[in-house]
Design a binder for this molecule. Sequence first.
Ligand code: GLN
Length: 484
Amino acid sequence: MSEIIKLTLNELVAGIKKKKFSSHEVTKDFVNRCIKSKKLNSFITDNFDNALKISKKFEIKSNQNKQLPGIPFAVKDLFCTKGIKTTAGSKILNNFIPTYESTVTQNIWNEGAILLGKLNCDEFAMGSSNETSFFGNVENPVGKKLVPGGSSGGSASALAANLTPATIGTDTGGSIRQPASFTGTVGLKPTYGRCSRWGIVAFASSLDQAGPMTKTVEDCALLLQAISGYDPNDSTSIDIRVDNFSSNLTEKVKGLTIGIPKEYRVENMPVEIDKLWKKGMDFLKDAGVIIKDISLPHTKYALPAYYIVAPAEASSNLARYDGVKYGHRSEGKNLIEMYENTRSEGFGDEVKRRILIGTYVLSSGYYDAYYLKAQKVRQLIKQDFDNSFNSVDAILTPSTPNSSFKMGEKKGDPVSMYLNDIFTVPVNLAGLPAISVPSGYDKKKLPLGLQLIGKPFDEQTILNLSLALQKRINFKRNVNNWWK
Ligand code: GLN
């Protein structure tokens, strides 16, 4: 294995700036690695030839002040990329070539990065295992036939296998943090409104956020910096100052108070996860942090509320795929039949399930009983967090109730699949920032993550706490290249 692909994003940036190696050399190594790693199925569309061409012409002299100069960079296929196929993992967008670029990806290219390709994901970001993609399952580099998590499964897989030095995903209910936990990588969901949603294929608009997925906390700070910022094209984007997350990054967290919510001790959670959580508390205590028990009493309603709100918004967002405006179109004897055939053939089972649930909970007879009730529960969940943040600076929980599982294991049982999101969805419902940090292994030798949840727009505190954890945990990512 060439050494370049093992470097962190920060090391690559420094190396290119100091001319230790060129953008072209770096890009070549990543492209070679990607070509040899097709078995993982982490890419839907590659941009290798273009990336090589662009990197060849890349001049570091005129790009010294960029944050990601000449860095090859693959992104989840949910971000619209101008002139390059964007599928959202769906057959219905199998031939969709956007005429515009998402704001978040544009920010990355503006900082000097080069598009390496589009990464596989669950269809319309609906899933927790990357088994709903029209383009097939993605393998987890940590072990054969194991899921990488979802929906940003291709992103997590590509990152953990060193196919891209860093990447971005989207998180509606955990899709950045859960795959990060399953692959031993770092993933951060920013505060709702921190990063623009413009040009990202919509799943559930009041929950969706783009965020960084990286090998280290330092890389996460750097990438968050690059993608954050106000965007007038997104009415929910917030015009708030973006501090320099990298230069403010410090492991000095002495005196901060961390809350431990008792409701996150769920039944049947493997003992290793509980142990890991305790280890996390001990490490933070060692860093001078005060640990405090807290209660988030409405936690048990988060999952049911999420699985009403998210499908409701999805059913409305996905109404636009009718065979007229975008992508795939099926034949039909008349307009209605064309719509029906297009949607029947274009969407997969999980997406159809969500559309059915969504239209049901929004229908006039059930709106008050389900949708409105779920919105009220959402407020209560947010209030729980607000109350806790009066006395703590951040909250520590496990990222997931289990480690990666075998492909097919949960596919036929949507409820057990949805339970994977139990620790991540409350954060989206409340619009808060949260990060998953690789923290250890279970007895099957599979990676596990710890989650830190922060106050709105206080990504810096959870990054700092993550750095303190990272330094003490000394997590070693285990890539044995079984797929080669
Ligand atoms: N697994 C969750 C779902 O299927 C979350 C997905 C996401 O965050 N995009 O809805």
